[in-house]
Ligand binder design. Structure first.
Ligand code: GTP
Ligand code: MG
Ligand code: NA
Length: 457
């Protein structure tokens, strides 16, 4: 039991917004990491999670309010991609969170995925704060590293303040056009009805203390009931990944309850329900990103809320976005298997029923869903007949090779963010199966497009 007598779990916050508005960079700024610079093409293509313990938040917000009472153990932030292909991941992220940060680039204003994110949040009645990011790009901005925004604004000259005010007013109008009242946060007298805007720089940290403090205080003030810890396990699979030395693992967000090493679990799988036993419960160090390979902490048990990597046997076909169930002593496994499978219809519905189409192989199920979604859009419209996850092996070439007899141009593997084994490559050359590799989704489309056009000529 924490101070104040309440037993609260950590807050789950999702960070959303248009591509390149600075979501990952903002998290880097809070973490003191460099995740963004390591991303292919500088874009996020997986959902991530980072845990910020209360003591770090306290340190980071000290300048604002020395006595900020934190009743929650910490903050779990879910990073989402802003690229248009990843609607499914934004939807998954936003469905998990207690509240959200909507990031807007001050120089760009509202963009298509800002509006899409906004609508996802409104649909679920999720509270959010707007981070008006990249204020350091205002011409003549004087850096005040990690300072509260009011203090930073006081250091700026008239021209900067003017440009800031013009852009802010403009963006407030743009939100109004979306039916949303917004106001800079320290002037906002109608919290809850009017959404707050916090100017930030992910590059030099101005406004970041304000953002953190607002999140925690708002959650503690208005969501005590939602944040009260309950024992019943509520857990969602974020991603399914092959990790060297661990085999196929699942990244999950534990929203409530506790997980233990050795727990029997049921997860939704492509080929039916998966019943297995938790072999290891791993987390990155606090303030490190779950989706980035690093050293993991091993736990005997973990309490919500937390982002966790689970290793267990038989997870190869687990499906991201579905619920994880823990089998208790009195539970009926058959009933659990059934409810675990309810989540999966959407993925399978994307595979072409005609049996004619390309073969798609990706590093994670999250990216598979995204790629399937992308290939389905009218502008792209490439049918898919088969799917796989992890490195491309000979068996995948064999499967894709089936198309040689049906529709030769579909005897193709679109490989996203995965390796192709030497044997697979050799077999593909022998059989005449084409492999296109890329680590940015739309590059795959471009390569395939050129290939199809060449065939036609
Ligand atoms: P996606 O995940 O791909 O949707 O993008 P994102 O919203 O995570 O943006 P990201 O963190 O990748 O930042 C995009 C670019 O903007 C990078 O080059 C960052 O260095 C830059 N950037 C982000 N925030 C700031 C900021 O506050 N100031 C400045 N000057 N540059 C920023
Ligand atoms: Mg990002
Ligand atoms: Na980016």
């Amino acid at each position: 039991i924490k101070e104040g007598g309440e037993n609260l779990r950590s807050i789950i916050c999702c960070i959303m917004g248009h591509v390149d508005s600075g979501k990952t960079k903002l998290l880097d700024c809070i973490r003191g990491t460099n995740v963004q610079e390591g991303e292919a093409g500088g874009i996020t293509q997986q959902i991530g999670a980072t845990y910020f313990p209360a003591k770090n938040i306290r340190e980071r917000t000290r300048e604002l309010k020395a006595d900020a009472k934190l009743k929650v153990p910490g903050l779990l932030v879910i990073d989402t991609p802003g690229h248009e292909s990843f609607t499914n991941l934004r939807s998954r992220g936003s469905s998990l969170c207690d509240l959200a940060i909507l990031v807007v680039d001050i120089k760009h204003g509202l963009e298509p995925q800002t509006i899409e994110s906004l609508n996802l949040l409104r649909m679920r009645n999720t509270e959010f704060i707007i981070a008006l990011n990249k204020v350091d790009r205002l011409y003549g901005w004087k850096t005040c590293k990690n300072a509260p925004i009011v203090k930073a604004m006081k250091q700026q000259n008239k021209d900067v303040t003017n440009e800031f005010n013009i852009r802010l007013t403009d963006i407030i109008t743009q939100f109004k056009e979306q039916g949303l009242n917004t106001e800079i946060y320290y002037k906002n007298k109608e919290m809850g009805e009017t959404f707050s805007i916090v100017p930030t720089s992910a590059k030099s940290g101005e406004g970041v203390p304000d953002l953190l403090l607002w999140l925690v205080q708002w959650a503690q003030k208005t969501m005590v009931e939602k944040l009260t810890y309950v024992d019943e396990v509520q857990c969602t699979v974020l991603e399914v990944k092959v990790i060297e030395g661990h085999g196929t693992t699942i990244d999950v967000v534990l929203v409530n309850g506790e997980l233990h090493e050795g727990d029997q679990i049921v997860v939704c799988g492509l080929q039916g329900p998966i019943v297995t036993t938790i072999r290891a419960l791993l987390t990155p160090h606090p303030m490190k990103e779950l989706r980035v390979k690093g050293t993991y902490l091993h736990h005997k048990e973990i309490k919500a809320a937390q982002g966790i990597k689970i290793t267990a046997q038989g997870l190869e076909h687990a499906i991201a976005g579905t619920s994880l169930h823990v089998v208790g002593p009195d539970d009926d496994i058959e009933a659990m298997k059934e409810s675990a499978m309810e989540d999966m219809e959407s993925v399978l519905s994307r595979i072409d029923k005609s049996g004619e189409g390309v073969y798609v192989q990706t590093s994670t199920l999250g990216s598979l869903e995204a790629l399937l979604e992308f290939l389905k859009t009218p502008a792209v419209n490439i049918p898919v007949s088969g799917i796989g996850i992890g490195p491309v092996h000979k068996k995948d070439i064999m499967k894709a090779g089936v198309m040689l007899e049906k529709k030769k141009e579909y005897a193709t593997i679109l490989a996203f963010d995965v390796k192709v084994t030497t044997e697979a490559r050799e077999l593909a050359d022998e059989m005449g199966v084409k492999i296109f590799c890329a680590d940015i989704i739309y590059q795959l489309f471009n390569q395939f497009q050129v290939y199809i056009e060449n065939i036609k000529e």
